[in-house]
Unconditional design. Structure first.
Length: 352
């Protein structure tokens, strides 16, 4: 399958779905500029997902991608969660606040989520992508029958083979450099931490699927390198955070434009799953020796969000989830259409 041709992309580029940061306006601007815009609905209710997909469809006549979290349903672990909340208590206290009494499963998974599946099948987005795993066979069949092209993130060849065997159309090779949550299917299994270069090449050679490279790609030169490795397209997330159309707040934008962009780190402390972000006060706290295990995803995120909210009441923004990849210092704060045009120009220059 010629992936860019099937989607009529003039630039072999996908704007990464970014829960909490990508917006229908951003995705539409990217799609209208000839690449593939994406929204993430993994943190939304089915009604909110329907609304965002409708807003995106109204703003572009071109293909777009809708992304979901597909983690194993979370089993609450009261003892572990209580210990984690106790560990956070002094940090909350510094902001005259207390941790939540009990954690909640604040984000759903697509697995077993009939309402979300119905919303997707009704909306039939041209592309649907999965992060953290794969949905049930019936869900995949329903989305395919609705005409959706299906993508899944893989961080290893084993995950790519699971995706291929399940009928996924193309795989997103997410390297260790990437911003945001690692797409590991099983975060408790050993992580090979493959970088984008090695993973893209391995999957291009051995997965049997078209490969979309993701992680640390910030400019046309990076896209070219991904294509040279055998990828059919590149997926860029961090590069789009600073676009005015994203919903990144001022503190996030300022951090990205500062020296802080040079220091990203992988942490489980914020959400309960490994994710790459700008190092901040939360990640410094997470390095405290002797901390108990972090509560499971997404229940730890309930505490993380509460801590960020408490800190912000005192003007402290160092506890926010400022996801970013290792290429962050190469970020360019441009309107999305201009950024896509610039990326396309750089890619063409490289080709010449
Ligand atoms: C702010 C942010 C939020 C993200 N949220 C999601 C998400 O909701 N779903 C998803 O599949 N990937 C998400 N990702 C990961 C991207 O899909 C992609 O793997 C990553 O952005 C590529 O690395 P880069 O950020 O260095 O370009 C997110 C990345 C960032 C930076």
């Amino acid at each position: 399958m010629d992936f860019p041709a099937r989607l009529a992309l003039s630039v072999p580029l996908i704007q990464a779905p970014m829960a909490g940061t990508s917006t229908p306006v951003l995705a539409a601007a990217v799609s209208n500029a000839g690449a593939l815009g994406s929204i993430a609905v993994g943190t939304l209710t089915p009604d909110a997902a329907r609304r965002d997909i409708a807003a995106l469809r109204a703003a572009t006549g071109r293909p777009f991608n809708v992304n979901l979290f597909v983690h194993e349903p979370c089993t609450p672990d009261p003892q572990r969660e209580a210990a984690w909340l106790e560990a956070l208590r002094p940090v909350f206290a510094a902001f005259e606040a207390q941790p939540p009494g009990e954690l909640e499963t604040i984000y759903p998974t697509l697995i077993g989520n009939r309402e979300m599946l119905a919303a997707l099948v009704d909306a039939a987005p041209p592309v649907v992508s999965f992060h953290f795993g794969l949905p049930e066979r019936e869900a995949m069949a329903a989305l395919k029958a609705a005409g959706c092209l299906l993508l899944a993130t893989a961080t290893s060849l084993a995950e790519a083979h699971l995706a291929r065997d399940a009928g996924i159309d193309a795989v997103v090779a997410q390297g260790w450099e990437a911003g945001g949550h690692r797409g590991l299917f099983d975060p408790s299994a050993p992580d090979g931490k493959l970088g984008t270069l090695a993973l893209t090449r391995l999957l291009a050679a051995h997965s049997g699927l078209p490969v979309i490279a993701a992680g640390g790609i910030m400019d046309g030169q990076g896209i070219r390198a991904a294509l040279d490795l055998g990828a059919v397209a590149a997926q860029l997330g961090t590069a789009f955070i600073a676009c005015p159309e994203s919903s990144a707040d001022e503190a996030y934008r300022a951090a990205l434009a500062s020296e802080a962009a040079w220091h990203t780190t992988m942490t489980e402390a914020i959400s309960g799953r490994p994710a790459r972000c700008l190092a901040n006060r939360f990640t410094a706290f997470a390095a405290t020796p002797g901390l108990p295990p972090v509560a499971p995803y997404p229940r730890a995120y309930h505490a993380g969000k509460a801590l960020n909210a408490a800190a912000r009441t005192q003007g402290e923004t160092g506890f926010g989830a400022q996801w970013a990849g290792q290429g962050a210092p190469l970020s360019r704060p441009l309107p999305a259409a201009e950024l896509v045009a610039l990326l396309a120009g750089e890619l063409a220059d490289q080709r010449a």
